[in-house]
Ligand binder design. Structure first.
Ligand code: NOJ
Length: 566
């Protein structure tokens, strides 16, 4: 490819920037306190003016909302909370008119327990019985008593991954909440039903799928105990259920049955995946997906106790992890790039500094590092404003099933409530889910009603209206980052080389494409850092984009520069 040229059409997503919308928290058009499709339609110009190419929409399907829509009871309809299929068609048209594509969430590892397939399946004589994982109690044990579960698998939301059904005397598997039973993908009828549903959405005009926990769909049969997590009596080792023996076969079937012949963006959320598996799944010739989401960089600030076991991030660990993924997918496969989504706390509060002095600069610098990597960047709603974590001070303020479940188990096991609260407040998914901050009005312009989750008190300062009006805002910086990706082949395709891997405060790297070299210098700290030895020669370098306009031999707190080397 020559300098500045775009990738072939079939790889259009290689030059794209994706924006994730969590519909419940984006914009509420009818005053019920919950975001909806018409709310999104009302804000499409925000997305157009930001410059993004794709929207990933978290689930809007019919759902009892046990896990805010990741528990689907009808894959072919919209939940009335969010609107109607006609609203969705209007959203697709409104996005397409603005040159933006739509990627829908595909949640098919599990359904809701209110899905008709599961309701049928509860009857042992039903032809749907084998659509889910029904199993008898452990040998010699009575169903319902502690430890009688067919395997020791824990749920990702804590507690056993099996629920006892009195009526049939058997358990069903749920790797998430007990209201999210796992589908049995060994059954070809299940796969055929999923392919059919996916084709139905493609025919409706969508442009891709974000595939929820897709590397859990193939289980190792017979189901067997995993290594016990000390002190729990359960196995929380994710690798017992990830990347199962038939996953590649199932993804290959999906490709043949649904994806081939369409230029779709497909991104597979993959739990506990390593770079070798990611390469297999995303290889341009022999793979199945455009890219995957991995979690490795999101677990570097947690201890052995899991995501709520909060530890400070060591910058060299993050840089090494990013290097491994950049190098590992340099010649085959493709990276997705993200700091935030609806499952992660806000990055400016997590890796940056959300104090008034540093919030804007650190949010810009975190954006700069991510958007200058090779791969497809994802922006989560509000990230472009530098939105921060919420200040949670009491259990009653949480809505998220995972946060509440973890807090209760931790406190039940003896962790002091104040410690449990601090941990959950720092990592809760509810941090990402507070309403989008559109303006400084009482509910931040999100809703005229009572928002389902309180609006962050800082919306008087942190909001979209203020950001559009301020040329120095995080928002305008993100616009510029998106333009750089669109305009420069070196940003899309260039080789990544990490500099100063052991430096604890600087994140520096180059991107090289032919004779063009970009140097990214980022001060990942709230102190001043002199430029060290060991950087490329800066004579003749020009500043493409920076947090500050005047360069010098010292990087100010959270300062970053994108330089074109002469
Ligand atoms: C991953 C989703 O991102 C998360 O929000 C959800 O709770 C689980 N999968 C279960 O669907």
């Amino acid at each position: 490819m020559t300098k500045g040229s775009a990738p072939p059409d079939s790889d259009w997503w290689k030059s794209a920037v994706v924006y994730q919308i969590y519909p419940r928290s984006f914009a509420d058009s009818d005053g019920d306190g919950i975001g909806d499709l018409r709310g999104i339609i009302d804000h499409l110009d925000h997305l157009r003016d930001l410059g993004v190419d794709v929207v990933w929409l978290s689930p809007v399907y019919r759902s009892p909302m046990d896990d805010n829509g990741y528990d689907i009871s009808d894959y072919r309809d919209i939940d009335p909370l969010f609107g109607t299929l006609a609203d969705l068609d209007e959203l697709i048209a409104g996005l397409h008119e603005r040159g933006i594509k739509l990627v829908m969430d595909l949640v098919v590892n599990h359904t809701s327990d209110e899905h008709p397939w599961f309701l049928d399946s509860r009857d042992p004589s039903s032809d749907k019985r084998n659509w889910y994982w029904w199993r008898a109690p452990r040998d010699g044990r009575t169903g319902g008593e502690p430890g009688a579960e067919p395997t020791n698998w824990g749920s990702f939301f804590t507690g056993p991954g099996w629920e006892y059904d009195e009526r049939s005397g058997e358990y069903f598997l749920h790797l998430f909440s007990r209201r999210q039973p796992d589908l049995n993908w060994e059954n070809p009828e299940v796969r055929a039903a999923v392919w059919d549903m996916m084709r139905w959405w493609v025919d409706r005009g969508i442009d891709g799928f974000r595939m929820d926990v897709i590397n859990l769909i193939s289980k190792t049969v017979p189901l067997a105990d995993g290594p016990e997590t000390p002190g729990t009596g359960l196995s929380y080792d994710p690798t017992v259920v990830t990347d199962g023996p038939r996953l590649v076969e199932f993804l290959g079937e999906m490709k043949r049955e649904v994806l081939d012949g369409h230029d779709l963006l497909t991104v597979g959320e993959c739990v506990a995946i390593d770079v070798a598996h990611a390469r297999t799944y995303t290889d341009g010739d022999s793979g199945f997906l455009s890219m995957v989401f991995h979690f490795e960089h999101m677990s570097l600030d947690s201890g052995p106790g899991g995501k709520f076991d909060v530890r400070p991030l060591q910058l060299p660990d993050l840089k090494e992890n990013i290097r491994v993924w950049q190098d590992g997918l340099a010649t085959s496969g493709w990276n997705s790039l993200y700091w935030n989504n609806h499952d992660q706390p806000r990055i400016v509060s997590r890796f940056g500094d959300d104090s008034p002095d540093h919030r804007v600069t650190s949010a810009k610098t975190l954006g700069t590092v991510l958007h200058l990597l090779r791969g497809t960047p994802y922006i989560y709603q509000g990230e472009e404003l530098g939105m921060t974590n919420q200040s949670f001070v009491d259990r009653s303020q949480f809505r998220d099933i995972e946060s509440l479940g973890w807090y209760d188990v931790a406190v039940g096991a003896g962790l002091p409530p104040a410690v449990a609260l601090a941990n959950v407040a720092s990592r809760s998914r509810d941090n990402a889910r507070t309403p989008m901050q559109w303006d400084a009005s009482p509910n931040a312009g999100f809703s005229t009603g009572d928002p389902w989750l309180p609006v962050n008190a800082n919306h008087d300062v942190v909001n979209a209206a203020a950001a559009w009006a301020d040329a120095d805002s995080v928002l305008h910086h993100y616009r510029a980052l998106i333009s750089l990706r669109h305009d420069l082949a070196v940003v899309r395709e260039g080789r990544f080389d990490l500099l100063l891997p052991h430096d604890e405060h600087l994140f520096c790297f180059t991107r090289t494409w032919g004779d063009e070299v970009l140097l990214v210098l980022a001060n990942w700290s709230s102190g001043e850092i002199p430029l060290p030895d060991g950087l490329p020669n800066l004579t003749g370098a020009s500043l493409l984009l920076g947090t500050h306009v005047d360069g010098g031999a010292v990087l100010r707190p959270w300062e970053s520069r994108i330089l074109r080397l002469g």
